[in-house]
Design a protein around this ligand. Structure first.
Ligand code: ADP
Ligand code: ZN
Length: 606
């Protein structure tokens, strides 16, 4: 137990004692009147005493007096201190025929027992009050302590083998592992080891996993906590949790302290509309104080994770604090394949399964998504009592993760189905016919999630740069669904809404952010999102351009969209027979794979 626990026990005892004394006092004031011994003797002689309870040092009892107001009698309790042992008292009592009895000295225990009910009630009220204020079912005794102790302190078995697709981050962390393995060696050499490392990356990219793997590789205990736990309702609680976390670190050195969601505490101090947050500021200050106060030589390393590096307080990033920054990226194609294979280690895969194909189908998926995907596929295979997970299960799992489960039960009329089929064929055909657009992976008119159908194109490789003509192609493909509806049915349905949202977004970005408009020139006109988030100078930045420029932007966006639409319509009109073939096939089969589409047009499968 720590000093703090003794303190709280002491406070509790104090509270008990106070309650008991209070209750005794209340008893006595209300119920017993202290009278002199001579008065007691007078009352006794006058025959007013009704009964007495005799103790060595105290006599208690009741006496009756005629009530002046209503002529009845009034019974009162009294107590009095006897003068020396009054040997004649019993005789006198006998004479007046008064009931009398001896009484034992009341001890502590009796007093507490007599008040047990009250104490319990008080305890319950106290307990619930604290629970409510804390907003969770945490133990009263643990109040103000870092939860890290409960979560961590164990050595993990996770190693770098369990983390895939972030080799650079692993490479950078190796130095820290070496240090944690043998802090003394580094001390001798006098090398400078970072105190704190920040892992930047989107949620689910494996930051926590990496930190755990570092402690696993080094064989040191791992203490984890989260920034959000440090921001509590009570001012001061967060700060004391930070203190505890570091205390634990020092005691268990060499070890690794991990703080998830650092941005919850580490946010820029004047960020956000509505000014500061006292509790958070105190916690942040405590964190800075602790970081400055400990020496890396002690063998404690702090790793923090965040997905909002832009909002972190500069003070945290200064040398001697979190001075090492490591990016944990969203995995690329190869990374995704590796992560998939890590997560399929304990899953039986059918021999036909090609994880590369799955990786290609899942751009933008992070580690957590891919882990989820594997798990979902295994569940699907199990549900169908298959001996191993097949490609179809993995595909189905992707579809579920992207668009929600298939809505097989949903009924669509034949006409609706036809419209959807032409719409999707429009997208697919344009994608097929414009050279250089991403290959089609799948076209489907099976309703999924909120959409009625979808056309899935997959880039052959992950791209970081996109050219203007690629963006224009993308817009044309997106508008293709609507164009097909217009050509075939001479009217447009609401089904293209989602496409139009995307088109508008992309086009606006082209004009305002990428500077791809000829009329406006190479300018970025959009305010950066981070700045907006920070709430700094919102007022000044809201508008960076004039009314006239705004009009020009609108015109440019319209022109680009119109050009793309015309291009799409032209392509579809020229290939209307192909459009019909594809749509009819879709109506028949509901779903076509990329190579089936190729076969339909007599193109060799790519
Ligand atoms: P973060 O802390 O970045 O939000 P986590 O480390 O909590 O992400 O990742 C959640 C889960 O996703 C992990 O437990 C692991 O199963 C899986 N995962 C994430 N990234 C990877 C990766 N790079 N390699 C293997 N598994 C990963
Ligand atoms: Zn569409």
């Amino acid at each position: 137990m720590k000093e703090k626990n003794y303190k709280s026990v002491f406070i509790w005892v104090l509270v008990f004692i106070t309650i008991i004394f209070l209750m005794r006092a209340v008893n006595q004031i209300k119920l017993e009147e202290e009278i002199t011994y001579s008065m007691f003797k007078d009352l006794l002689r006058d025959g007013k005493i009704k009964e007495v309870r005799i103790r060595n040092d105290l006599i208690r009892g009741t006496y009756v007096l005629p009530d002046e107001k209503d002529g009845g009698v009034k019974t009162s309790n009294f107590k009095t201190v006897p003068v020396t042992p009054d040997l004649k008292l019993v005789e006198e009592l006998e004479e007046k025929k008064i009931t009398y009895t001896g009484e034992q000295e009341k001890g502590w225990v009796t007093a507490i027992l007599a008040n047990v009910g009250w104490i319990i009630i008080f305890l319950l009220i106290w307990f619930f009050m604290i629970k409510q204020l804390q907003g969770g079912g945490k133990q009263v005794a643990a109040f103000g302590r870092s939860k890290a102790k409960m979560q961590g302190g164990k050595k993990t078995k996770i190693t770098f083998q369990d983390v895939a697709g972030c080799d650079e981050a692993k490479e950078e962390l190796k130095e820290i592992i070496e240090f944690l393995k043998d802090p003394a060696k580094f001390q001798k050499l006098g090398g400078k080891i970072p105190k704190g490392v920040i892992l930047y990356g989107a949620p689910g990219t494996g930051k926590t996993l990496l930190a755990k793997a570092v402690s696993g590789e080094a064989g040191v205990p791992f203490f984890s906590s989260s920034g959000s736990e440090f921001v509590e309702m009570f001012v001061g609680v967060g700060a004391s949790r930070v203190r505890d976390l570091f205390d634990q670190g020092r005691k268990n050195a060499p070890c690794l302290l991990f703080i998830d969601e650092l941005d919850a505490v580490g946010r820029h101090r004047f960020a956000g509309i509505g000014g500061g947050h006292d509790e958070r500021e105190q916690t942040l200050n405590q964190l800075l104080v602790e970081m400055d106060g400990f020496d890396t030589k002690e063998g404690v390393i702090l790793i923090a994770a965040t997905n909002r590096p832009d909002v972190l307080d500069r003070a945290l990033l200064r040398p001697g604090r979190f001075d090492r920054h490591i990016v944990v990226p969203i995995p690329d194609l190869k990374g995704r394949e590796e992560i998939l294979s890590v997560h399929s280690r304990n899953i039986k895969l059918a021999p036909e399964v090609n994880l590369m194909v799955i990786a290609r189908r899942t751009p933008g998926f992070v580690g957590a998504d891919l882990a989820n995907l594997m798990n979902e596929a295994a569940l699907l295979a199990a549900r169908k009592s298959k001996p191993a997970v097949e490609m179809a299960d993995l595909e189905e799992a992707i579809d579920r993760l992207i668009a929600g489960p298939e809505r097989k039960s949903r009924m669509i009329s034949d006409r609706e189905k036809k419209i959807v089929a032409y719409h999707e064929s429009g997208h697919a055909l344009i994608a097929k016919l414009i050279p250089g657009s991403d290959p089609i992976h799948k076209v489907s008119i099976i309703p999924r999630g909120p959409s009625l159908g979808y056309t899935l194109q997959l880039p052959t490789e992950d791209r970081y740069l996109t050219t203007k003509s690629e963006i224009l192609t993308k817009i044309t493909v997106l508008l293709g669904g609507r164009a097909a509806e217009e050509i075939i049915f001479n009217e447009i349905t609401t089904g293209a809404e989602n496409d139009l949202v995307k088109v508008t977004e992309i086009t606006q970005k082209m004009v305002c952010e990428y500077g791809m408009s000829e009329k406006l020139g190479p300018l970025t006109l959009r305010k950066r999102e981070e700045e907006l988030f920070l709430g700094r100078d919102i007022m000044q930045r809201e508008r960076m351009y004039s009314e006239k420029t705004a009009q020009l932007i609108d015109e440019e966006v319209k022109t680009i969209i119109k050009e793309c639409e015309d291009r799409g319509i032209k392509i579809l009109k020229e290939n209307i027979d192909k459009l019909r073939i594809l749509a009819e096939k879709l109506i028949e089969k509901e779903m076509l794979e990329g190579d089936e589409v190729d076969k339909l047009f007599g193109i060799a499968a790519s």
